[in-house]
Write a protein that binds this ligand. Structure first.
Ligand SMILES: *Cc1c(COP(=O)(O)O)cnc(C)c1O
Length: 409
């Protein structure tokens, strides 16, 4: 058992004995990479030629005027390759895999976004790639499965249990145990056993580093508050990392309030009293679980925030009073997305729209001389099916029917 990787009482690495050498190897590779400035430079180089780094910091002048309070800036992670901050993590881990001399990567995915990002990375670096996905998710997320397969990945539908994300996680770990000499498991967020939370946060810290420099250049001072949505916590850790030592900057994480905290249909781990501390999936954090440690059903309009655990580092930041956590409901999120589209011509992902929703509650009450940054973790194109449903768009339904009829003809 590793002692490293605890943040307050959270984190750790609760992994089977058989994987212990593999975790030691990963930890050593990560430590060496972190201590080597040339590695970070290689990472920045590839992200600026293969993705879109540095991503811009956009001044949202129309939203700022609309609310009449704080100046609103938006960090544009939506402009990354594959449409979200997930590219930062997978490309970083890809470079690490090259350093370790492994030739195969595996990952698990729920909505499929992390699977697509991992498959692009594997294609670029010439790795063999297997993606585990619950059978139910394979059916629900056909467009992403289509892209993963076209990118050369093998997508394995997992038929155990509820046939969703947690079953895919178990299957991915089983694969890793059998193939650890050749294979790296590309974990998708700042969760899981150490060193993943720290490592994923380190790759994502590029967001906060850039944002800090950009706001200083533009405004000559630091922001008062920064907002990020929280699924597993990687984009939030990325943005927060840039400001952790700046005590005057308030860090706000926004979770999925779903249909409302009182309904129980949400994924609010840190911002509700419905979660409790436990050990699962190899680490210790707040989980939405019952008294017997059985995971509860979570709900969110955005698949990327629909998760039972949360980054141990975020749980720690809450425990020490450094970060504040709030929840935004599905309805508030659709409203925030609508307003952002109309006022700024931006289409944030439903996940990101949670951060916008909370910022919109607070910005009007802040002074005109105050500054906030919202992390637009991804673009909303992928959400067209969900958003069209939320708007109950009649022409869209006709289009879907038309497509279905074409195939039946
Ligand atoms: C996956 C995803 C998230 C949630 O993941 P975190 O690890 O919490 O950042 C948020 N936004 C977008 C656009 C995503 O694709």
């Amino acid at each position: 058992m590793h002692n490293r990787g605890y943040f307050s009482e959270f984190g750790g690495a609760y992994v089977p004995e058989i994987l212990s050498a593999t975790f030691d190897e990963l930890e050593a590779a990560f430590d060496a990479a972190k201590a080597d400035p040339a590695f970070w430079q290689e990472y920045v180089d590839i992200m600026s030629t293969y993705s879109c780094r540095a991503t811009p910091l956009t001044f949202a002048e129309n939203l700022t005027a609309h609310f009449g309070g704080a100046k609103i800036y938006i960090k544009r992670e939506d402009l990354n390759h594959t449409g979200a901050h997930k590219a930062n993590n997978v490309m970083g881990q890809g470079l690490l895999v090259k350093r370790m001399g492994k030739k195969r990567v595996i990952a698990e995915t729920g909505a499929g976004q992390h699977g697509v990002a991992t498959a692009t990375m594997a294609a670029k670096f010439g790795f063999e790639c297997t993606i585990y996905m619950g059978e139910v998710d394979v059916e629900r997320q056909r467009p992403n499965v289509f892209w993963m397969e076209r990118l050369g990945a093998t997508v394995v539908p997992v038929k155990d249990g509820s046939r969703t994300l947690k079953d895919a996680i178990n299957e991915a770990f089983r694969d890793w145990v059998s193939n650890m000499d050749t294979t790296h498991y590309v974990l998708g967020t700042a969760c899981g056993p150490a060193p993943f939370p720290e490592m994923v946060s380190w790759f994502q810290s590029i967001i906060g580093k850039e944002a800090r420099e950009q706001i200083l250049k533009r405004e000559g001072r630091l922001p008062d508050r920064v907002y990020a949505c929280v699924g597993g916590g990687s984009n939030a850790m990325g943005l927060f990392s840039g400001f952790l030592d700046d005590k005057e900057v308030e860090l706000i994480g926004v979770e999925a309030g779903g249909k409302g905290i009182e309904t129980g249909q949400h994924a609010a781990r840190l911002s509700s009293n419905d979660a409790s501390i436990g050990v699962a999936q190899g680490y210790k954090t707040y989980f939405l679980q019952n008294e017997d440690g059985q995971m509860k059903e979570t709900h969110s309009i955005s698949a990327g925030l629909d998760y039972v655990g949360v980054s141990p580092i975020l749980a720690h930041l809450q425990a020490i009073g450094r970060a504040r956590f709030e929840a935004a409901t599905d309805d508030e999120v659709i409203e925030a997305l609508s307003l952002t589209m109309r006022k700024e011509g931006l289409i944030p992902a439903l996940e990101s729209s949670h951060a916008f929703a909370q910022a919109f509650k607070e910005a009007p009450k802040m002074g005109k001389d105050e500054i906030i940054i919202i992390n637009q973790s991804g673009r909303g194109d992928k959400d067209i099916f969900t958003v069209a449903d939320a708007f109950d768009d009649p022409a869209w339904k006709e289009f879907i029917k038309y497509k279905a009829e074409q195939y039946n003809a």
